[in-house]
Design a protein around this ligand. Sequence first.
Ligand code: ATP
Ligand code: MG
Length: 447
Amino acid sequence: MIRKFISRVFRGKPPAQRNDEPVVIPVSSHGITRDRISSGSRRTCETLQAAGFKAYVVGGAVRDLLIGAEPKDFDVATNATPEEVRKAFRRARIIGRRFQIVHVMMGQETLEVTTFRGTLDTNTKTDEHGRVLHDNVFGSQAEDAARRDFTANALYYDPATETVLDYHHGVGDLKARTLRMIGEPRARYREDPVRMLRAVRLAAKLGLVIDPEAKKPIREMADLLENVPAARLFDEMLKLLTSGHAVKCITQLRDEGLHHGLLPMLDVILEQPMGEKFVMLSLANTDERIRLGKGSSPGFLFATLLWHEVLVHWEKLKAAGESKIPALYQAMDTVLDVQGEKLAITRRIAGDIKDIWSLQPRFEARAGKRPYALLEQPRFRASYDFLVLRAQAGEIDMELADWWTRFQAVDGEQRAAMLMPEQSADKKRRRRRKKPAADAVDRSNAE
Ligand code: ATP
Ligand code: MG
């Protein structure tokens, strides 16, 4: 029904650059009844409208509903100022970042409410590359629509009338499976280089084709990402990696030349055959988990992405005579220092990453009490999953991962029977002690 309607309304209509009047699409055509949006977003719109303001569900949620995807969250746009929004709700607070927004709490939901943004002008503060630094000038709804990135993201849904307001031919573009930039793509990428990453992510996630006009400049403008603050890059990378389409996203990033300097070293990792195999396996695994609704921890993800860098440093340090475990810790710190700076990996996530990495050598110990102690580690599960990935990628013997799979599954008696003889470990320890560079954890490897 939607398709039929769209082709009727939009056949032959060229995409507009700046439309003051939206096309109003009734529910009989688009089919999105108000029960399809979250109750929190509906109540937020109703409250604002009752207070005399305009309020719509906007952006990704409307786009996703139109193409039959499950929206991730429901954002609201309004002509009320942040202060007016805050006052209209019992539980709401203004979040001041690059864009000032209001978080409205409705039961379990937190809604992001944004005030319509005005047109950028010569007074807008930018950096020397044209990236917009401050953006809190409010404007009309038409101006707000023109400020959004892609036509499919500039759609407004009014729960009261169940209509969709379309300023930039977004519904038609969606129907044609095209992700089209509003305005001149180069200018829009200069204003905000993250839009290049958004283009790749949204296209991969929604099965859309990036319009050639928007796609062409990406390769030559990729360097602009270097000026984007680390925290913003981290947020976007996380969205990309947890989109459920990470393999497609990363493959496309590489095709567009966007992987250079993004995750610094992502290019290096993907260019080593072993590294690429491991990262791609890990991303396929993450995609699968997310599609099954199992979620994925950022710590685990970044631990896998950076592991081969750790291996490279670790090997170098060991070759230089450093003993195994101190060398691992040093390699971990080196990699996290470099990545941490560029990506603003939070302290908590860095802690998770280190836990997963530092437990890896302990899987080699299969005698005595140590396997039992490892099972009790709070990060055992993630570390074990990580070990399995390493085995699947061919970095370590599958036999070790299989041993741990079985060790967890069997009962107490069988577990005890699986243990490697302590004796041989002792012997090995004694043998190794003679060598100056050996250390305690080394001994149990592949006994
Ligand atoms: P997702 O499915 O990941 O939530 P989304 O399009 O909803 O996708 P959000 O980051 O939630 O992404 O942004 C909400 C809306 O805000 C977008 O649909 C778009 O209209 C606008 N927007 C977000 N980021 C930008 C940007 N960098 N430039 C212009 N408009 C943006
Ligand atoms: Mg969204």
